[in-house]
Design a protein around this ligand. Structure first.
Ligand SMILES: [Zn+2]
Length: 238
């Protein structure tokens, strides 16, 4: 069973095998205390020019970013963007579920009010959510239900995934397949379909990306333009 080996690896170990031995890897950053966190904020706020805050009176981001909650992916830093340029939603495993009110509210606000031009789903290799979904561990009721969405993607692509050589390749490919599915899920939402059919509002492009924790690169896996034709079963008559 491909799940078996995955149970015994930690996320850190998976990444460490990418680079070499753990000794060769840089030590993790020192964890600040809560007091240091607040102090860091005071210093940062004091160091910003007044014009920085004047610019933030309104936001007009062109991008909605749906990413994983993982702490190692600082969205603005890896995309060279600044405050006000990306509207962000994050959850475990960067899932787009059409029953998730939180996600659907963010999507509706971003598309209809902020009028973003691009909606990005970004997954990443070494994802704890994908790793957990591949294990048979009981993560308790709510998390089990959440991870089941990823297990279903595995199930539908079982043949391709189980033909791969090892667990690590399966985990990476499942990460990619999940991102592709989440982008398709976006296109199945009435919010996106309404925007695509509109003649007087921004018609957002949908992109699926995967981020490498090993080298910092982003790779595009899927792009759905506003003229994408959906299978009739997913298409609403709006
Ligand atoms: Zn993740």
């Amino acid at each position: 069973m491909p799940f078996a080996l995955l149970n015994v690896k930690t996320e850190h170990n998976i990444e460490a095998t990418h680079h070499g031995t753990p000794e060769e890897d840089a030590p993790p950053p020192k964890h600040p205390s809560f007091a240091e966190l607040m102090e860091n904020n005071r210093k940062w706020a004091d160091s910003q020019p007044t014009k920085f805050f004047r610019r933030l009176k309104v936001q007009q981001p062109d991008f909605l970013w749906i990413g994983c909650s993982d702490s190692r992916i600082p969205t603005n830093q890896i995309t060279g963007t600044e405050a006000g340029q990306i509207f962000v939603h994050r959850n475990v495993g960067n899932l787009v579920l059409n029953t998730d009110f939180n996600l659907l509210c963010v999507l509706q606000y971003a598309v209809n009010i902020l009028k973003v031009k691009h909606v990005i789903v970004c997954g990443h290799y070494g994802c704890g959510g994908i790793h957990a979904a591949l294990s048979s561990c009981d993560h308790q009721h709510i998390l089990n239900g959440w991870l089941k969405q990823i297990k279903s993607i595995y199930f539908y692509h079982k043949e391709e995934l189980e033909a791969l050589e090892n667990d690590k390749q399966r985990e990476h490919r499942l990460t990619e397949l999940s991102v592709i599915q989440q982008v398709k899920n976006l296109s199945y939402s009435s919010t996106i379909q309404r925007a695509w059919q509109s003649t007087n509002q921004v018609r957002p492009h949908l992109h699926g990306l995967v981020y490498s924790l090993s080298d910092g690169s982003l790779k595009e896996l899927i792009h759905l333009a506003p003229d994408t034709v959906l299978d009739p079963i997913f298409q609403f008559h709006l």
